[in-house]
Design a binder for this molecule. Structure first.
Ligand SMILES: Cc1ncc(COP(=O)(O)O)c(C=O)c1O
Length: 395
């Protein structure tokens, strides 16, 4: 038994240890300088490159940063990759308080790691978190923590053209309450998944099913945020499209069937203009129903730069309707169509099933010249073949 004086001394020392730990570890923003690393003691066997399936293999470590309304952000921790233990009442399980990002790191020909436009993904994560009433993040600090994770698991980052490390930052609400309310605590974590080339042997253009029944997103909704809740309901329409011989769903909106996105990608069309030039068209971000893709933004920025030198390819962010695409298909003005996203970069489209009839894209089983030029420009920057001061960031 401790006597009272000894008990007070022990209590004081434990109390001061606990309070100083809190003072050290809690902050109003993520502080990368406080990152703590716990190394794995049992590194996993690496999957051979040729057996990598998208999002199925995970590296040895993960990053975790907890936040609580009262105490702020805890110190970032890198620890062995493993299961989370959460309350079954946690708000992420009940009310979809979850959002995520998808970004990549690449190795250049000298084996140096590069991240592609991570600032854009952090900006989008910030917006998604704020839409869910989760705290904002300090982008530079989170990027620094992710760099440390990549450095620790560097041997997992494939060193081969077409291969990359997919990075999945995720934020989940942890409040242990069934009340539909703002989550007073959350966990931000980042896992890494080495991935192979989407196209193992040449491009494989896809066929789309223009869906006139299901709606992915709508004005005033949350289609412009990367919330898990936007994706679950797309799986049934995607399964139905697959059953009809189409690889992806073309998402439409409104009575006039405006074209919004394709699967989990932004969509681009190349149309022939009356003056003989070409128009690169994608849906605008003005209504809040389009996810502001980093690939989309990169394509638009590259194309607008090209347009300055050669105005024969003009760039438009405008609504295209299925009627306009069908008419362009009939009179030979539809030249190319392609999806754009981090996982695939560019997915050429060969046809669109609309009301039981296929609108054929003339590029067929090939990739069109605009899509090919764009693919080359983007991947050259991602793999450091063409240096870019702000898009390809050394890890
Ligand atoms: C609905 C949707 N649209 C577009 C994209 C493409 O965005 P990004 O180019 O940032 O990968 C994604 C992928 O994240 C998506 O899920």
């Amino acid at each position: 038994m401790l006597n009272s004086r000894r008990f007070q001394a022990v209590f004081r020392s434990v109390y001061s240890e606990v309070t100083s730990t809190f003072a050290r570890s809690m902050s109003s923003h993520i502080d990368a300088s406080k990152l703590v690393i716990h190394h794995t003691t049992s590194p996993k066997q690496k999957t051979p490159y040729e057996q990598l399936l998208f999002g199925a293999t995970f590296t040895d470590h993960m990053l975790e940063i907890d936040w609580d309304e009262k105490t702020g952000w805890a110190n970032p921790v890198i620890k062995p990759y493993g299961n989370l233990s959460l309350s079954p009442a946690a708000s992420c399980f009940h009310y979809g308080i979850e959002c995520f990002e998808g970004m990549k790191a690449y190795k250049d020909k000298n084996g140096k790691m590069l991240m592609f436009r991570p600032d854009c993904n952090m900006e989008r994560l910030n917006n998604s978190m704020k839409r869910l009433c989760l705290p904002g993040i300090d982008s530079a600090q989170l990027i620094e923590c992710i760099k440390q994770l990549l450095k620790l698991d560097e041997s997992w980052v494939p060193e081969k053209d077409g291969y990359s490390m997919y990075i999945r930052p995720t934020a989940i609400g942890l409040a242990k309450s069934l009340g539909v309310a703002r989550s007073t605590s959350c966990k931000l974590y980042v896992i890494l998944s080495p991935v192979g080339p989407y196209y193992k042997s040449g491009f494989k253009p896809i066929r789309l099913l223009a869906n006139t029944k299901d709606v992915r997103a709508w004005p005033g909704g949350v289609g412009n945020s990367k919330l898990g809740g936007n994706y679950g309901p797309t799986i049934l329409p995607a399964t139905n499209a697959n059953a009809q011989g189409c690889e992806q769903v073309l998402w439409l909106f409104g009575e006039d069937h405006q074209i919004t996105e394709v699967g989990a990608m932004n969509i681009f069309f190349v149309l022939k203009k009356a003056d003989g030039g070409k128009e690169l068209v994608t849906a605008p971000l003005t209504r809040g129903d389009i996810l502001p893709g980093v690939t989309r933004r990169s394509i638009l920025e590259l194309a607008r730069n090209w347009e300055k030198k050669d105005p024969s390819l003009s760039v438009s962010e405008r609504w295209l309707t299925m009627r306009e695409v069908a008419a362009a298909g009939k009179d030979g003005r539809l030249l190319e169509a392609f999806g754009a996203g981090t996982a695939v970069v560019i997915a050429p489209v060969k046809g669109i099933m609309y009301d039981g009839v296929e609108i054929k894209v003339p590029t067929g089983d090939e990739i069109g010249p605009v899509a090919k030029k764009m693919w080359t420009a983007v991947t050259d920057i991602q793999y450091g073949r063409v240096p870019h001061p702000t898009w390809a960031i050394p890890v």
